[in-house]
Design a binder for this molecule. Structure first.
Ligand code: ZN
Length: 216
């Protein structure tokens, strides 16, 4: 039975690496996949992993009907034995419905990879629809770690290393960035709630204001 599978997790949990591994395993067996992505860190039309692997992909634009796209590709003699959709949190809910229809009506496996929640710990609309529709949700636990060493379960948005909790839901950035740029950092829930990033923890540790005072 073909399936819609949602591989979900935080940033840095190895989603794109797993997507590339699935692609490799299936193409090594002679299967041909359609790889979709949106706003990958490596640029338009790329699926990349932080470990340095990259492959070509189809960039999904706003308003594209993914079911119609597949039907069109197949009717022109193209092949798609399976679909990989990376950065699926950025897809519109109706595009997730279209992917479910690809599974049901075209009998093609769809493997979607996405971040579950945004920097305010709210579900991305695309991820919410995937949770609602997927045959299976696999939560990836590749031990992304908070600076404190606890398991990172939350995504924080930072500006110059300082966590922010307001702003547009989608601003493309990465976990590596220079000062003053928008970036992202994975944190445990405790430090996400306290808005304490690695940089602010370091600053607090260095600040004379918070050094323990030795009583005399
Ligand atoms: Zn922590």
């Amino acid at each position: 039975m073909p399936e819609l599978v949602f591989f979900s997790g935080t940033m840095d949990c190895g989603k794109s690496t797993l997507a590339l591994q699935i692609e490799h395993n299936r193409s090594a067996r002679g299967l041909v996949g359609l790889i979709l992505t949106r706003d990958d860190r490596a640029g338009e039309g790329k699926l990349s992993s932080r470990l340095g692997l990259v492959t070509d992909a189809v960039e999904v634009e706003d308003g594209v009907d993914l079911y119609a796209y597949l039907v069109d590709r197949l009717s022109r003699g193209g092949r798609a034995d399976y679909v990989i959709a990376d950065e699926a949190q950025f897809l519109a809910p109706e595009q997730i419905d279209q992917l479910a229809r690809v599974v049901d009506d075209l009998e093609i496996d769809v493997f979607a990879f996405g971040i579950t929640t945004d920097f305010r710990s709210k579900l991305f609309p695309g991820s919410q629809r995937l949770v609602e529709l997927a045959d299976r949700v696999e939560v990836l636990q590749v031990e992304a770690l908070c600076w404190c060493g606890a398991r990172a379960t939350h995504n924080a948005r930072t500006v110059g290393g300082v966590m922010v909790v307001e702003g547009a839901q989608v601003v493309v950035g990465d976990v590596t960035r220079s000062a003053d740029e928008i970036g992202y950092e994975v944190l445990c829930r405790r430090h996400h709630r306290r808005r304490m990033t690695a940089a602010s923890a370091r600053a607090a540790a260095l600040s004379p204001d918070v050094l323990p005072v030795t009583p005399h």
